[in-house]
Design a protein. Structure first.
Length: 407
């Protein structure tokens, strides 16, 4: 590719004036050919590349090692190396590019490993540049050929064949430091979010095992919980269905069609028409209804619908006058793992409405349920506030990434 003229980003630190150069990536990086031939690193030190977490230990990230029988030909990744993974992700169909900020390890041949050319490049600047999906896809799309099995047809040297705009190293480091500060704040908020979730689990454990009990306003005890009756004794249930996909008109309406993975969302990917609703077993639910996911990867998840919409057969709506829905939500949420573990072999497969109806869920009197619900709702509100702060900061970071880099 021909070298284009220099550029200046929209937002910039005022002490820098020079235009950014359009450099081929091989001016910044070089291929690392260091292999694990001496078996210095074992299968326990194999690394994975995550879009969200970066370069992490595979066992810690995925729960097990996926290494082959021998790891002697695996590439060595040292701290400060850049890694390109030649496998598609949903938002990155040509792979991702990350910097190793952690301990050294090894990666399979599905990854390319690069060293920095120290005089020209700052590794954190390069990672921040490629942290935008649009930048990664824009850079890799012209270079990568996809194989019949969606594998990447590109050699490690050719990955460095295209160009990006870069400033002098001093400005690279200044930009990287700025975004590192934002990342630190995001990580602090994520840790706070995780701690709140763990706190909620601890509170639910004490509540649902009756280690702690609430009192009436006058200080007296509530009645004992009823523990020997099935949920169907107290609730009504219904699930939906799917309009015929062969009738295009059924999917040209404005009724949100809630799938099992969308019971906690305020949007849906698909909509159906009134005609599609009337000519199928799809059922309407209301905002505020308790929804339970029966099928697929989300089996056992529970939520309170944020919208009016129709449900398919993978979603069960539960309505009860004798359960506070936030109490019931908390119970099903807390015991999701044990329910799925008991009724699904290895956690795979589908639940059924009959299984949910047969669950024996302890029932305090409604006044105590409401006290429990209030406690859990207060914690949820704190979790939502922190989550919103995380999303707002991510949006702020993305906007700055778009304005502080040249393309």
């Amino acid at each position: 590719m021909d070298k284009r003229e220099s550029k200046i980003p929209l937002v910039r630190f005022p002490e820098f004036k020079e235009g950014w150069e359009h450099k081929q990536l091989n001016e910044l990086l070089k291929v690392s050919k260091k292999k694990n031939t001496d078996l210095k690193y074992s299968k326990e030190e194999v690394l994975s590349v995550s879009g969200e977490l970066g370069i992490v230990n595979q066992i810690e990230h995925l729960g097990r090692s996926y290494a082959g029988e021998s790891v002697h030909n695996y590439g060595v990744v040292e701290n400060g190396d850049i890694v390109y993974t030649k496998s598609p992700l949903k938002e990155n169909p040509y792979g991702i590019i990350k910097l190793n900020k952690g301990v050294p390890g090894i990666v399979s041949t599905l990854y390319a490993v690069y060293k920095l050319k120290d005089n020209n490049a700052d590794g954190e600047f390069i990672e921040h540049y490629f942290s935008l999906d649009a930048n990664t896809n824009r850079y890799l799309r012209p270079l990568v050929r996809k194989g019949a099995k969606n594998d990447m047809k590109i050699n490690n040297e050719y990955v460095l064949h295209d160009r990006i705009f870069v400033p002098k190293k001093e400005e690279q480091k200044r930009i990287a430091h700025f975004f590192n500060v934002i990342d630190t704040k995001i990580n602090q908020l994520k840790e706070k979010h995780n701690l709140l979730q763990e706190y909620k689990k601890g509170v639910m454990q004490k509540i649902f095992t009756q280690e702690i009990r609430f009192k009436k306003e006058d200080g007296s005890d509530f009645a004992d919980w009823v523990t020997n009756k099935k949920l169907k004794t107290y609730a009504k249930f219904y699930s939906g269905g799917t309009p015929r996909t062969t009738n295009k008109a059924f999917y040209e309406g404005n009724i949100p069609f809630i799938k099992s993975g969308e019971i906690n969302s305020d949007y849906t990917e698909q909509f159906i028409s009134k005609e599609g609703l009337d000519n199928s077993s799809a059922k309407m639910v209301n905002k505020g209804d308790l929804l339970y996911a029966l099928y697929g990867a989300t089996s056992g998840e529970v939520g309170i619908s944020k919208i009016n919409g129709a449900i398919n057969q993978a979603v069960l709506c539960i309505r009860s006058d004798e359960f506070d829905k936030n109490y019931l939500l908390g119970y099903l949420e807390y015991f999701k793992k044990s329910i799925v573990g008991k009724y699904l072999q290895g956690g795979q497969g589908n639940l059924s409405a009959d299984i949910v109806k047969s669950l024996k869920i302890p029932k305090p009197v409604i006044e105590e349920q409401e006290k429990i619900s209030n406690i859990l709702t207060k914690i949820d509100k704190k979790i939502i506030v922190v989550n919103n702060e995380i999303e707002d900061l991510k949006t702020y970071k993305k906007a700055l990434l778009q304005q502080m880099f040249c393309y």
